[in-house]
Design a protein around this ligand. Structure first.
Ligand code: CO8
Length: 258
């Protein structure tokens, strides 16, 4: 199915979603959010896709929720629609790894979408920010919570209260992004990383994602117990047998995805 606001590409085991409203700096309209959720829903149950990349066309990853669409809405409109709840859930509940390849502005909901992904690769031209305060609102797709966990209270508070943007170098120093790349290498590197993840056992990668995410939801004690249970459970998989045998036999592993 062709989407109006996205480009979708499949490169082997990697699904690539390019937010494609470049004239509006890929602002997250209702339509765009529904299309992202629809595509992720399809890939969640598609065993042929092991890793997803989300990026943006043009000079933005996404410059936030669509301000023109939101401006006239009333409290009852956004409450009844539970605005952005379905979108947030579609991305946060996706079970396979998602890499954000941030090529330019990631502001407001755009920064929040990047943080909903499992990690962020940024180009040198990327800019991150939560400028909602300038619009008379505040972050509403997790920005106050995820940014604070990622960069700490002081920086998150400053960014949310002043709307100041962080460049890619600062974002890397602060721990918001995993790596910064030259702009012309961003997508090649994102695909390389996604293919590396896809070369692993898919269920093991899914469990690993679940375990890392548990660090944000649990106490250390509960998180360690959850990790240990998953780790023990991996010994019931064919892929643990294959991965360890392949190492011992000095050959590449042929994972069976089970
Ligand atoms: N929404 C709609 N249109 C946008 C948006 C946006 N967020 N951002 C940019 N555009 C449009 C501009 O209106 C312009 O359109 P046009 O050509 O028709 O005038 C086009 O994109 C290009 O933008 P600019 O001309 O402004 O480009 P500049 O290079 O001059 O500036 C900026 C780039 C600095 C990124 C600037 O566009 C900007 O400040 N954008 C808005 C950033 C922002 O405030 N984002 C936060 C939005 S609010 C939000 O995300 C809240 C999410 C939580 C909601 C949760 C509810 C539960």
């Amino acid at each position: 199915m062709a989407y109006e606001t996205l480009l979708v590409e499949i490169d082997g085991p990697v699904g690539i979603i390019t937010l494609n409203r470049p004239d509006a700096l890929n602002a997250l309209s209702r339509k765009l959010c529904a299309e992202v959720a629809d595509q992720l829903g399809k890939w969640n149950g598609d065993a042929a896709i092991s890793c997803v990349i989300i990026t943006g066309a043009g000079r933005a990853f996404a410059a936030g929720a669509d301000i023109k669409e939101m401006a006239p809405q009333s409290y009852m409109d956004v409450y009844k629609a539970d605005m952005f709840a379905g979108f947030e859930h579609a991305v946060s509940s996706f079970r396979k790894p998602i890499v954000a390849a941030v090529n330019g502005f990631a502001l407001g909901g755009g920064c929040e979408l990047a943080m909903l992904c499992d990690f962020i690769l940024a180009s040198e031209t990327a800019k991150f920010g939560q400028p909602e305060i300038n619009l008379g609102v505040m972050p509403g797709i997790g920005g106050t919570q995820r940014l604070t966990r990622l960069v700490g209270k002081s920086k998150a508070m400053e960014m949310c209260l002043t709307g100041r943007m962080m460049d890619a170098a600062e974002a890397e120093r602060a721990g918001l992004v995993s790596r910064v790349l030259p702009a012309d290498q961003l997508m090649d590197e994102a695909k390389k990383v996604a293919k590396k993840i896809a070369a692993a056992s898919q269920p093991i990668a899914m469990m690993t994602k679940e375990a890392v995410n548990a660090a944000y939801e649990t106490t250390l004690h509960q998180g360690l117990a959850f990790e240990r249970r998953l780790f023990h459970a991996m010994f019931a998989t064919d892929d643990q047998k294959e991965g360890m045998s392949a190492f011992v036999e000095k050959r590449p592993a042929q994972f069976k995805q089970q």
